[in-house]
Design a protein around this ligand. Structure first.
Ligand SMILES: Cc1cc2nc3c(=O)[nH]c(=O)nc-3n(C[C@H](O)[C@H](O)[C@H](O)COP(=O)(O)OP(=O)(O)OC[C@H]3O[C@@H](n4cnc5c(N)ncnc54)[C@H](O)[C@@H]3O)c2cc1C
Length: 464
């Protein structure tokens, strides 16, 4: 019997348009392997919501694929599986986390030592981060010229049809997914997740079709409205590689062509959002400290306030500002939060409470199903004003005005904040102004005008 080929799955939990898997399949019968590595020292391990997603995504993949599951240090597991399977080559998709380059080098060294081929493939991004540089050969620090450079490269490669795959017959022992205990138990905070999500490749494909059919035409004007479902909600699927960005890109292009210009700019706007993901990865690749350090070094001297009680109120959606509390409660209940509301809650934490952006980043990392090392860090730094192409620190969101503009009837707030069900729309974003505010909802934990002036004063200290 011919020796098998190893396909090491990472954040690429799909079968379609999978360059690494297709290359493996072209060489022989494939052993598909996934490794849960909680042992190699690294700064960021999957948070709770990510583990919930991973459990169901692997369960979904395992229905179509004889998945070999192993837990342990990636280096040790790969070495052992290569030896015991007699595999002649290893294929995997490149990962861009700051620790991955070293890991991938170590894996290459192990393959050399064991005398097997080692092949790294693209598939997570549209463009490799090294390929997009300005005329001086430097990586971009500003999104708009970066996105222009992406468009100037021409269309990304087209998605590939599913590969013909023969799965290798082997007797290697596999872990059981249930034994990995990825799901929360006591308390089970994920009860609301299952009704919201369908992890896995089918869930991603269904969501994309629904989005293109129902929402793309309203995306340009409606993407900022948390009271409506007008964004794709593909972020966790893209994060876990259940769909490739090439599939998303070309399906959008096809929808744009079919609509013959009647999408009101929705198609172009959506493709530009997909490029924010590419930009975040370009930043992370070139500045691997992005999740730890402010891109603008002067922000490392910002007088952040350490206030665990205030942080806890923000996390639990008890700030007394309805749009902030709705967002934080949506996050807790479903593992997701609308982008506009992410900006509002992040601004509130950083500017109204003056709590370090890294605290917010950590909470999102644990609670978001789309928690993503690049997008999360780049976005938190964007709101904090310390990032590459950031919103200026002194631009401080007014939660009442943001609420009135993007959730005018309070539909979104009422969906998540039970205490405000009977508040009329005119007071929904400032219930404390009612003659008799609801007794079971907290008063604002900080006065907006005072907080805004305090934040500006703190900002002035680092400008000097
Ligand atoms: C404080 C903060 C933290 C964030 N943390 C994350 C995170 O951990 N993971 C994450 O995927 N996104 C993060 N974002 C970006 C953005 O909020 C989400 O990508 C978006 O809300 C996902 O919803 P969607 O799939 O419906 O987006 P759509 O509007 O449908 O956009 C399509 C895709 O484009 C990408 N995208 C859109 N906006 C951005 C953006 N600003 N930055 C990077 N990629 C983008 C996503 O992959 C998204 O799925 C964060 C934003 C903020 C303000």
């Amino acid at each position: 019997m011919n020796n098998p080929v190893l396909a090491w799955f990472r954040q690429d939990l799909r079968l379609c348009d999978h360059p690494a898997l297709a290359a493996a399949a072209s060489k022989g019968a494939v052993i598909p392997l996934f490794i849960l590595d909680d042992e190699t020292p690294q700064k960021w391990r999957w948070g709770g919501a990510s583990r919930w997603w991973l459990h169901y995504s692997l369960t979904s993949l395992a229905k179509a694929v004889p998945l070999l599951l192993r837990r342990g240090r990636t280096d040790d597991v790969l070495r052992e599986v290569v030896k015991s399977s007699g595999a002649t080559s290893l294929h995997f998709t490149r990962d861009y986390a700051p620790w991955s380059a070293a890991l991938e080098q170590r894996i290459k060294a192990i393959c050399d030592e064991l005398n097997i081929e080692c092949h790294r493939h693209g598939g997570f991004l549209l463009h490799e981060p090294e390929s997009i540089r300005n005329l001086s050969g430097e990586p971009y620090k500003v999104y708009t010229p970066f996105s222009r450079a992406c468009f100037a490269l021409g269309e990304p490669r087209a998605p590939r049809p599913p590969a013909e795959i023969t799965w290798a017959k082997h007797v290697l022992p596999s872990d059981k997914i249930a034994d990995w205990k990825l799901l929360p138990t006591k308390p089970n905070w994920a009860t609301g997740f299952a009704g919201t999500w369908q992890p896995g490749e089918h869930g991603a494909a269904n969501l994309l079709i629904r989005f293109l059919d129902d929402a793309l035409a309203h995306y340009a004007e409606g993407r900022d409205r948390p009271d409506k479902t007008l964004t794709s909600r593909l972020s966790p699927h893209l994060h876990w590689g259940e769909i490739s960005p090439q599939q998303v890109w070309h399906a959008t292009r096809a929808a744009m062509a079919a609509a013959e210009g009647k999408l009101d700019g929705g198609g172009e706007k959506f493709l530009k959002e997909v490029l924010w993901r590419e930009f975040a990865y370009s930043l992370l690749h070139h500045w691997p400290d992005l999740p730890q350090k402010s891109f603008k070094p002067e922000y490392e001297n910002f007088p952040w306030v350490k206030d665990d009680a205030a942080l806890h109120r923000w996390q639990r959606g008890q700030t007394g500002y309805p749009i902030v509390d709705a967002g934080m409660r949506e996050l807790w209940a479903t593992g997701i939060m609308h982008n506009r509301v992410r900006m509002i809650v992040a601004s509130f934490l950083i500017k109204h409470l003056q709590i370090d952006w890294r605290e917010g980043q950590r909470w999102f990392w644990d609670t978001l199903v789309d928690a993503d090392i690049a997008n999360n860090a780049a976005s938190w730094q964007w709101v904090a004003g310390c990032g590459a192409d950031a919103s200026p620190y002194y631009r401080i969101f007014n939660p009442m005005l943001q609420g009135a503009k993007f959730d005018p009837d309070g539909t979104y707030v009422k969906r998540w904040v039970q205490e405000l069900q009977n508040v009329p729309a005119e007071y929904i974003h400032a219930p404390w102004e009612m003659a008799e505010p609801p007794k079971n909802y907290p008063a604002p934990m900080v006065d907006h005008a005072m907080a805004r002036d305090r934040a500006k004063a703190a900002f002035a200290t680092i400008k000097r």
